[in-house]
Ligand binder design. Sequence first.
Ligand code: SAM
Length: 383
Amino acid sequence: MHKINQVLCDALQSGQMNRMVFASKRRKSIEYKRVTLRPVSIKGELMYQAEYQFDKKVTHENIPFFEAIDFAMDRVENDFKQINIMTETEDIQVLASKPANPKVVRQKLAQRREAANLSHNRKKRYIIEDGKPCDFLIKLGVMGEDGKVFDKHYSKFRQINRFLEIVDNALDSLPTDRTLRIIDFGCGKSYLTFGLYYYLKVLNDRDVEIVGLDLKEDVIEFCNKTAKQLHYDGLKFLTGDIADYKSDGADMVVTLHACDTATDYALINAVGWNSNVILSVPCCQHQLFSQIDEPVNQPMLKHGIIKDKFTELLTDGLRGLKLEAHGYDVDMIEFTTLEHTAKNIMIRAVKNPDATEAACAKAQREYEALRDMYHVHPEIDSL
Ligand SMILES: C[S@@+](CC[C@H](N)C(=O)[O-])C[C@H]1O[C@@H](n2cnc3c(N)ncnc32)[C@H](O)[C@@H]1O
């Protein structure tokens, strides 16, 4: 524990710490999934604010400066196996599944990170700010050369920022000691794929290779040309069908609004590669619509519009269970507000190295019971 104590103490007292994130629970019974500690100034006094992230809520607690080290050590000893510390000059990852023998990985930042914002109730700040020129957003016509976001593209701008926030939260589940490999299936015009590269490589200096795949040749040609003009060397685009895509793997699989069973093929690839993180926003979930056959719900499902929404929920509920059966922790989260698109449920799946066989088998049984109750044959079964 001495080594961990030293790392945490240095960070908390350095005056340069941006945040400290505790993740990867030691026991299933711990109610919160993650705790983030940030410096805050309250009535002129420097304190730390702990944010507890539960499944469906977030709570906060303010901790006096000199109690922060006890608080942090308590989290490591009792609650979490992993700590990620972001300072103005480096990222530090502490892997403490064996607290007596922790692994500490440090990565210097090429560019100094902005100092922490100490205001207590922070105003919502976007990762990419309106008013600051950002090369890929200028190139894709979302903002002007002066950095001002065009009114008609504001919801896209918000969607990109929301996506980057979700990626930011998933970062501690990705490897830090080698090139990160990411695939975006059904990337389309690739606002979000460019955003992902900008966030990881340009803002965070991560060693990253991103591939965007789409059926549309002209769109892929445009994206490759744009990546070249932006000198985004680790970003490339390929034409192809997700179902036929062959690769030896990816640490993170992204698939946003890929239609119908295209999402299933993306998930099947990700599970086959044992990818650490899957971010999927399904759309056009039609496959099961004509298969659903269940008498109790029939009086409700006789209405096409209800059956349509129900099919979406059943399809994604089954996908979530199938991922749990393969050892993933799954959350269904709101991707973006309905104002941007009605397709706003994201399946966020993070590989749980400690998933037990019993938990996987339970999820598989639940999957089968739900599937059989509605007499459907989801594509994802080809897993
Ligand atoms: C609605 S767009 C989404 C684009 C982007 N991911 C986004 O969210 O802004 C869906 C994209 O998925 C692509 N797509 C659909 N099925 C596909 C498949 N089987 N293989 C590859 N791309 C596919 C389409 O060509 C289209 O560009």
